[in-house]
Design a protein around this ligand. Structure first.
Ligand SMILES: C[S@@+](CC[C@H](N)C(=O)[O-])C[C@H]1O[C@@H](n2cnc3c(N)ncnc32)[C@H](O)[C@@H]1O
Length: 240
């Protein structure tokens, strides 16, 4: 059974995820930085730095949300970054941010489903996705689509939560993730489910070697796994 945000509803995971992110879009950036004490910013920087040697010119940021990862990727001086997402609410917050920062000529945000990407084969030099793959309805389909639109020799970088496994970080993290984060998240976002879905979806998501096996199964090569901050997050890279 897929982990979904609103268990009392019959909609599929994709519609529920889009609804949830539409509901929390205005508070998403604040909660992200507040609940992670700003560490998410460091994780995105690290993920982008792994792409630096590739000097990608055409970049696709999947599940771009409010465009933080796309904006960070500008450091690599690409010609163009396209960000896609299924939540119009998140994209609207992202577009406002781009206008304020004067970045609309470099980053384009558009509606797009990772499981059916609106691009031809072999289009991008690099593909990034931060905290997105866990939300896909069909993980293998989403990763296969990433592989399809990546140019041969191009690199995909996936940043996602994982599960710390050693004492005492495992216990501290579980306490925080299950008892504190859902309460603060609910009060600030006013969405009853979003910050309960977060720990539940992380718990159910394949991490580490399990993720790497699926990544390779859909065609990625030279895969690498970098564990961050005691294993709370991981970066996975792979080449086409
Ligand atoms: C946790 S947010 C991450 C946003 C951004 N990448 C970041 O680093 O802050 C997850 C995003 O994934 C998007 N998403 C979930 N499933 C998707 C899909 N199938 N295709 C595209 N975007 C999707 C959600 O709408 C949401 O904006």
């Amino acid at each position: 059974m897929a982990v979904v945000p609103y268990k009392d509803q019959n909609d599929d995971k994709k519609s529920q995820v889009a609804t949830m992110f539409n509901n929390i879009a205005d508070k998403y950036d604040f909660l992200n930085h507040f609940l992670s004490a700003g560490i998410d910013i460091i994780w995105r920087k690290k993920a982008v730095s792994l792409l630096a040697p590739e000097k990608p010119k055409q970049v696709l940021d999947i599940a771009t949300g409010t465009a933080d990862f796309a904006i960070e990727t500008l450091r690599l001086n690409p010609d163009k970054i396209v960000g896609v997402d299924i939540s119009e609410g998140m994209l609207a917050v992202g577009r406002e941010k781009l206008i304020k920062k004067g970045l609309t000529n470099k980053i384009e945000l558009k509606y797009g489903d990772s499981e059916n990407l609106p691009f031809g084969d072999n289009t991008f030099d690099a593909i990034t996705v931060a905290f997105g793959v866990r939300n896909f309805e069909n993980l293998k389909k989403g990763l296969s689509e990433m592989n399809r639109v990546l140019k041969p020799g191009g690199t995909a970088v996936v940043l996602e939560f994982s599960k710390p496994r050693s004492f005492p970080m495992k216990q501290l993290y579980q306490f925080y993730f299950k008892n504190i984060l859902p309460v603060v998240g609910k009060i600030v976002s006013k969405d009853n489910a979003a910050y309960t879905y977060l720990p539940e979806s992380v718990q159910a998501f394949p991490d580490g070697k399990d993720f790497i096996s699926i990544f390779e199964e859909v065609g990625f090569k030279n895969t690498k796994w970098h564990s961050l901050t005691f294993g709370i997050s991981s970066i996975y890279t792979g080449k086409k």
